[in-house]
Design a protein around this ligand. Sequence first.
Ligand SMILES: *[C@@H]1O[C@H](CO)[C@@H](O)[C@H](O)[C@H]1NC(C)=O
Ligand SMILES: *[C@@H]1O[C@H](CO)[C@@H](O)[C@H](O)[C@H]1NC(C)=O
Ligand SMILES: *[C@@H]1O[C@H](CO)[C@@H](O)[C@H](O)[C@H]1NC(C)=O
Ligand SMILES: *[C@@H]1O[C@H](CO)[C@@H](O)[C@H](O)[C@H]1NC(C)=O
Ligand SMILES: *[C@@H]1O[C@H](CO)[C@@H](O)[C@H](O)[C@H]1NC(C)=O
Length: 301
Amino acid sequence: MNYTCLVPLFTLLFALFVSGSLKALNPYRHSWELLLQEPSSGPYTREDAAAVQELWLTQNLDHFEAGDNRTWQMRYFRNAKYHKPQGPMYIFLGGEWTITPGLLSTGLTHDMAVENAGILFYTEHRYYGQSWPFENNNLTVKNLKYLNLHQALADVAHFIRYQKSQSANLTHSKVILIGGSYSGSMAAWMTHLYPELVAAVWASSAPLLAKADFYEYMHRVENSLTLSYGSNCTRRLERGFEHLVNLFNENKASDLLRRLNACPNYNASDSLDRISFFSGINNYFAWITQSYSTQATQSPC
Ligand SMILES: *[C@@H]1O[C@H](CO)[C@@H](O)[C@H](O)[C@H]1NC(C)=O
Ligand SMILES: *[C@@H]1O[C@H](CO)[C@@H](O)[C@H](O)[C@H]1NC(C)=O
Ligand SMILES: *[C@@H]1O[C@H](CO)[C@@H](O)[C@H](O)[C@H]1NC(C)=O
Ligand SMILES: *[C@@H]1O[C@H](CO)[C@@H](O)[C@H](O)[C@H]1NC(C)=O
Ligand SMILES: *[C@@H]1O[C@H](CO)[C@@H](O)[C@H](O)[C@H]1NC(C)=O
């Protein structure tokens, strides 16, 4: 299995937790891309976003190895339109997605900043969007060593300290972190590891138990599909999945895999390759339940 086949699997561990609404389904996208999108802010105009600045901050590649002086550029957004000196800092934490100005232009976090004369920030997670620790976002196994929670939280800690040190208007600002899904987990863990830096966090749909075979998630997906489309629909899907499992178990999946344009070195007997296949299919159904858009009202059956 080469690394391009591994990427979906790797990202799925996070992607399966993504909450909130997602953009329109494009059947030509990789299934894992569907769930690698930010929680939707809701509609906003160019005018709404006019106050949002795109900025960059130098971060250490390895926050815990003093001898390693390699750095990279983290992208972030800032909206200071509503800020009064020492007003709160609302920081929306980026997760496994590319950040866009929407969450600082409209929606709940934005409205809280308006109400409380706060300043808004949105950090992009290392290795995602344009925040690449390595040139060309070169995702070799060796380079992926620095994609982990402790490094990502240290990025956020440095970000907070940096902003406070840069502006006298922020010195006494209380910091409120907001995150959803994996980034909600980050917000929760920040209170544990850096309690001195944060006054409050909002951790929405934030799993704290890391579980590899997180089948409960698909139970929720199944329940949602049943509620929306009836139990005949979920029974039909169940039969479809049973059929697929049988094809794999009986070594009859080669025709199917050819038609789905599987990687040439895809190995139907390899358990990780199998997980990748079934997680990929699952994602289409997960996406339907996580999306509030009108496109999703069409039955998947
Ligand atoms: C980083 O460390 C190496 C080895 O100690 C040194 O040669 C290099 O000049 C340092 N680079 C910077 C930017 O400080
Ligand atoms: C990625 O990094 C590897 C070494 O880790 C290097 O051999 C390869 O040329 C790099 N690829 C690109 C596209 O930069
Ligand atoms: C601090 O706030 C004052 C008043 O709003 C503003 O004039 C000034 O530019 C701000 N300073 C910085 C560094 O943002
Ligand atoms: C569900 O399937 C059963 C058995 O095929 C059928 O009798 C019933 O009419 C279906 N219900 C709906 C709502 O389509
Ligand atoms: C496919 O995976 C199985 C199980 O891990 C392994 O025994 C077999 O050698 C693999 N085949 C190829 C062509 O890599």
